[in-house]
Design a protein around this ligand. Structure first.
Ligand SMILES: [Zn+2]
Length: 498
């Protein structure tokens, strides 16, 4: 648990209150390892944390991922993972789970979905401008020079992507091998990355890779995405198959990535594989706890009933919380967690992933709360006094040292731009689509004896992409993407920085 003062300074600098380090943390720091352990144990006892009965939860993480920086003004802060870890360990939740320090994913594991040339580029590119000059052609090819690209090249980028992916793949393996029933990877959930392109702060799509792994064992995988942004990368990767159903709840309209509208249901045409298996729930600004929960329970419940998945992948992007630096919703931590609770209640294996989330203290609170839900623990609201970086959670504007501060407060809330009728129409449309899913023959292993079918579908999509690029030339492709972005506001990061 390194105490990185520089990062703390960078974080608290905009706050007018003076930087303080709690007395409790300073005395905790003086303790020897055994006494520190006792402090965590006492905390766990106080919260009644014990290993769950009848099922196993595993936690997959490599702390080296925290040290990476996208740049000081970039909203993606890997430091949020360090805060999450401090809260999870601070409350003693690690006593209730199998802890795994995951290894980075290998090049060949990443190449199961991503293009080899693109991976080689990520592996060798460095951030200084003179090196980038030499790689101009590749930077253009992978659209990194696009003025709307939100994905900077930073030092250690390869380590970062392989660490994030390694944790998620290990978690997926833990489920498929029966070692755990709920596997958590908070550094994963990077749902926008494409086969040969970084997008929306995501370079490598750990979710697609994990689902590919799960498909070796399970016939039907349900992917649920509660990030404020559409899970476009995952949807696109499994567009042509009914072995993966994607369900994404997100803000839609003048918002990144601009996809995931009501008519985006998969390939058009009843007989095509995958038709109707992309389910999208586009939402307006300002949705609150009650409305979100109502919609989530109704649509997710019906989807599970109809599709009958054997495993669920749940992307828990925390940018759908109130007060998020980029998000537009008004959700509180417990309402976000209700989605995890609801999915868990179906007693299926679950891969729980992170995702977006740009107000680090609230990301940490949410993922700590959701870790507690996974192990069935109830945490006290007052944060443990001895945790490092406690000051990041203190003061009225940072949640007053509580785990569950109210986030839907006047100063932060987004005006509601929908009516109850809109939600009802949305639910009815989803149910209509699910009726079409129901009328498709239920996918069975007999129909797909091996993964080949899914991969064949993927190869067809790859061929289409290749043809499209050859037809138009790469520069035209860049231009097209730019035009698309004009409506979808792909460059939102830049718009909030300036
Ligand atoms: Zn997001």
């Amino acid at each position: 648990m390194a105490f990185n003062n520089e990062i703390v300074q960078a974080w608290v600098a905009p706050d007018p209150s003076p930087l303080t380090t709690s007395v409790e943390y300073l005395s905790y720091k003086q303790l020897n390892a055994a006494d520190k352990e006792r402090v965590h144990q006492m905390e766990a006892e106080e919260n009644g944390i014990e290993r769950p009965q009848g099922y196993t939860v595993s936690f997959h993480y490599n702390p080296e991922v925290e040290q990476h920086h996208f740049g000081s003004k970039h909203p993606m802060k890997p430091w949020r993972l360090q805060l999450t870890k401090q809260l999870v360990f601070g409350y003693g939740l690690h006593y209730a789970m199998d802890l795994n320090e995951s290894l980075p994913a290998s090049m060949s594991e990443l190449a199961r979905f991503h293009d080899n040339d693109y991976l080689n580029f990520l592996r060798y590119i460095k951030s200084p401008a003179d090196i980038q000059k030499r790689h101009r052609e590749e930077l253009n090819r992978y659209v990194f020079t696009d003025e709307f690209n939100d994905c900077p090249i930073f030092d250690g980028i390869w380590d970062y992507v392989t660490l994030c992916t390694g944790a998620t793949l290990e978690a997926a393996h833990s489920l498929s091998s029966g070692q755990s029933d709920i596997a958590i990877s908070w550094s994963g959930g990077l749902h926008h990355a494409k086969k040969r392109q970084a997008s929306g702060f995501c370079y490598v799509n750990d979710i697609v890779l994990a689902i590919q792994h799960l498909l070796e064992k399970y016939v039907r995988v349900l992917y649920i995405d509660i990030d404020v942004h559409h899970g476009d990368g995952v949807e696109a990767a499994f567009f042509n198959t009914d072995r993966v159903m994607t369900l994404s709840y997100h803000k839609y309209g003048e918002f990144f990535p601009g996809t995931g509208g009501p008519d985006d249901t998969g390939p058009k045409g009843y007989t095509e594989p995958g038709a109707y298996f992309s389910l999208n729930v586009p939402l307006e600004d300002g949705i609150d706890d009650k409305d979100y929960e109502w919609l989530f329970r109704r649509i997710t419940g019906r989807t599970i009933e109809v599709y009958k998945p054997q495993v669920i992948v749940l992307q828990c992007g925390a940018d759908s919380l109130g007060g998020d630096r980029l998000g537009k919703f008004n959700l509180n931590i417990k309402a976000h967690g209700k989605c995890v609770e609801f999915v868990k209640a179906h007693n299926l294996p679950i891969l729980v992933l992170g995702g977006g989330g740009y107000t680090p203290r609230n990301v940490a609170r949410t993922w700590c709360h959701e870790t507690a839900l996974c192990v069935g623990a109830t945490l006290h609201d007052e944060l443990p006094s001895f945790i490092p970086y406690r000051q990041a959670f203190e003061g009225p504007s940072h949640g007053s040292g509580l785990l569950y501060p109210e986030l839907n407060i006047k100063r932060l809330s987004h005006p509601k731009t929908y009516e109850r009728r809109d939600l009802e129409n949305c639910a009815a449309r989803c149910e209509e689509q699910l009726r079409c899913v129901m009328h498709h023959p239920v996918v069975s292993m007999a129909r797909y004896p091996q993964l080949g079918t899914v991969l064949r579908a993927k190869q067809e999509v790859d061929a289409e992409i290749r043809e499209e690029l050859e037809d138009r030339g790469i520069q035209d492709e860049v231009k097209r993407r730019k035009q698309e972005r004009a409506t979808g506001r792909r460059g939102e990061y830049r718009s909030i920085v300036h």
